[in-house]
Unconditional design. Structure first.
Length: 114
């Protein structure tokens, strides 16, 4: 799992950025409150221009997200496989170090030894 740590300054920046985006979206909605009709095949939708644009944007975002799901799943599967291989290699290294006479096991990164 990836852990993201944000410093206080970074968190304030992202909160400020979110506030600016929210203000821009409100201004956009207020300035584009015109009622429009959108036709698709035999369907007709009536609503404010801003609302229809938000719906179309959300549909495009969802389509892009759904198209990326297979690659996300493949990467997760490959990561689990690599972690399994690392664990097997660490166990084999530890076993080999125990079999070698007069050899003290050196600490390896991640085993907690210093």
């Amino acid at each position: 799992m990836v852990k993201i740590r944000l410093r206080r300054g970074h968190m304030q920046f992202f909160l400020f950025l979110a506030l600016v985006i929210a203000i821009v979206l409100v201004l956009f909605a207020v300035q584009n409150a015109t009622v429009v009709t959108v036709s698709f095949l035999t369907l007709h939708f009536v609503g404010s221009l801003a609302f229809i644009l938000v719906i179309v944007f959300a549909a495009g975002f969802l389509a892009g997200l759904l198209m990326s799901v297979p690659s996300i799943l493949r990467r997760g599967s490959a990561l689990r496989e690599q972690k399994r291989k690392v664990k097997q290699l660490e166990e084999a290294l530890k076993a080999a170090a125990q079999l070698t006479p007069g050899h003290e096991a050196k600490s390896t990164p991640g085993d907690g030894a210093q």
